[in-house]
Design a protein around this ligand. Structure first.
Ligand code: FAD
Ligand code: NAG
Ligand code: NAG
Length: 521
């Protein structure tokens, strides 16, 4: 009670949200939540509880026109603007990634339309992956995308979007042929390869630096007639065997398993020092009975697994449901949160890891991983190999760069309770985990990082995320957002620095709730 009174006092005494911003949002009829409002704490809560930011306003537009009004109102008053889709950014960039931004929450824009004659869909960016999968499946269609139902399609397609159908269908951003978006000056455009080629290219890999996308137009795929989830576990594997097992998985991947196959190694803590739990989670979308034969060349080199199973009833949507940690119908379950830090590595297919690097990684996981107080996992996701659709595009075909990736590593450590505070050890533990691979490779090893697993401590992020595409992104940013209003941590930088005043209200927020309310009513 006392605490709440202090909050109200701070909120009303600073009142650093400009009267113009409030007035203009009101005139435009956009529902908005401001510091001090009763639902401000829940509206400004991050998925990753390691971050607490206080936006100047959280707005809930219902039309592209309203999105444009918010952008203009914010621009007028020199606020930075950020879109929020499903709110699952690892660093709370959907809240601005810092205090004082204007948030454009897309959750009131959830329309989806399907066109039977063309098998295309128009999907508003307030939708989450589970709801998109259910709606498309109802008409026998599907898209490539990640596993977690609560992730937003807006953020996911902004930076890539990998799931186990990606080897046969591409990344989530690949089937998009048009993007409806609001630019920094409030203009509403429909970007395609033909009509706004630079913008279209930029939106496919770095979207929030250039525009707020309001809907995407996509080519859909026939839902596979058979699908199964594959799970193998080898308990307490020693680090030498685990290094060899990862290396043989790499050989198998380079040999090009059929595209209906994809999956990841899943490494977790072993039950004794020097060992690791070595798992494989994947899926098969081809003929019934062919999942295991496809994996057999690798399984032949592996020890006998502790457990192995094919999961699901054979239907595509059932496989999607099994891979998601939460129900596909997202309004039916509370939104989850975590308290974590994550890093990523993308390994070049042309310059694969040495056995020594694989073994070093496993030695690290089996010793430092054994003693870490964090709750961690490491995933080694199969992107490439011959037959993979992801690599059919050139690295400069979209601003998403690293098409020639064989594996994307996700290194992830939560606090032991999955609640704040986050232990300092988590950072050094994951830094060492990434180093255990990269330091064993030659000094010019051109590895990348995955911008959807955004890492606010990543050195050289421009190179690791965007590489040779970064210059072009900067020159397009200069043209489309010269005042840098779409600015957040690791947004594309202008070639020259701008000097605009940046308002930064100080507001302490209450982070007691487990989920934020994004409903419109
Ligand atoms: C539990 C979990 C599971 C995951 N699984 C996978 C996976 O299997 N595969 C995978 O590839 N990734 C996965 N991710 C990563 C996920 O793809 C990213 O975190 C993604 O950016 C989240 O999108 P969002 O809309 O939910 O997040 P938000 O926080 O809302 O947005 C993330 C970023 O995208 C921007 N953005 C959001 N909406 C728009 C828009 N309309 N226009 C322009 N920019 C926008 C935001 O400004 C922000 O910078 C997972 C993440 C979590 C937390
Ligand atoms: C398989 O499971 C899905 C949902 O998980 C369900 O909709 C479908 O009816 C099931 N099919 C069969 C054949 O049991
Ligand atoms: C685990 O083993 C490693 C090397 O063998 C050793 O350095 C480390 O101290 C051990 N950790 C624990 C918790 O015993």
């Amino acid at each position: 009670m006392f605490f709440l009174q202090i909050l109200v006092f701070i909120a009303s005494s600073i009142s650093s949200v400009s009267a113009d911003l409030k007035e203009n949002l009101k005139l435009a009829g956009v529902r908005s939540v401001f510091p001090g409002d009763q639902n401000y704490a829940s509206a400004s809560k991050a998925y990753n509880l390691r971050f607490t930011f206080s936006p100047a306003a959280v707005t809930f537009p219902t039309t592209p026109g309203q999105v444009a009004s918010v952008v203009k109102a914010a621009h007028n008053d020199n606020y930075n603007v950020v879109p929020r889709g499903g709110g699952h950014s690892y660093v709370a960039n959907g809240l601005g990634g810092k205090t004082g931004s204007v948030v454009v929450d897309m959750s009131s824009m959830k329309a989806m339309k399907f066109f039977i004659t063309t098998n295309t869909a128009v999907i508003e960016t307030g939708n989450r992956l589970g709801d998109v999968a259910l709606a498309l499946n109802a008409v026998g269609r599907a898209l490539p995308h990640g596993t977690c139902a609560q992730v937003g399609i807006g953020g996911h397609t902004a930076f890539g979007g990998y799931g186990f159908t990606s080897r046969q269908w591409g990344l989530a951003l690949d089937p998009i042929f048009a993007i409806n978006a609001v630019l920094a000056d409030g203009t509403i455009v429909r970007a395609t390869k033909a009509s706004h080629p630079d913008l279209f290219w930029s939106l496919k890999g770095a979207a929030p630096s250039f525009a707020i996308t309001t809907s995407i137009e996509v080519n859909t795929f026939a839902a596979p007639s058979y699908a199964t989830v594959i799970k193998y576990v080898w308990k307490d594997m020693d680090s030498t065997t685990a290094g060899k097992s990862m290396f043989s998985f790499q050989e198998f991947s380079l040999s090009g398993p059929a595209a209906p196959f994809a999956g990841e190694l899943l490494l977790t803590r072993g039950s004794k020092n020097g060992s690791v739990t070595f798992g494989f989670v994947g899926a098969w979308y081809g003929a019934k009975g062919s999942a295991i034969p496809t994996m057999q060349p690798w399984l032949d080199k592996m020890p006998r697994p502790s457990t192995s199973e094919l999961i699901g009833n054979g239907s595509y949507i059932d496989s999607v449901a099994h891979l998601s940690g939460t129900p596909l119908n997202t309004p039916s379950a509370p939104l989850t949160t975590d308290t974590f830090y994550a890093k990523s590595l993308m390994t070049p297919e042309k310059d694969p890891m040495t056995l020594e690097a694989c073994t070093s990684f496993m030695e690290y996981l089996s010793t430092k991983g054994f003693s870490s107080k964090t709750d961690w996992f490491a995933q080694v996701e199969l992107y490439g190999g011959p037959n993979s659709k992801i690599r059919e595009f050139a690295n400069d075909a979209t601003s998403f760069l690293r098409r020639d990736t064989l594996f994307t590593f996700q290194l992830y450590a939560s606090s032991s309770t999955h609640k704040p505070p986050y232990p300092e050890e988590g950072f050094s533990f994951l830094d060492g985990m990434a180093d255990s691979v990269t330091l064993k490779m030659h000094s010019g090893w051109n590895y990348g990082a995955y911008p959807n697993y955004i890492d606010e401590r990543l050195h050289n992020w421009q190179l690791r995320y965007f590489g040779a595409n970064y210059r072009r992104l900067q020159s397009i940013k200069d043209k489309l957002d010269p005042h840098n209003i779409f600015m957040f941590p690791q947004s594309i930088e202008l070639t020259k620095k701008v000097t605009s005043p940046e308002p930064t209200p100080i507001f302490v927020q209450d982070s007691d709730q487990d989920s934020f309310d994004i409903s419109t009513t």
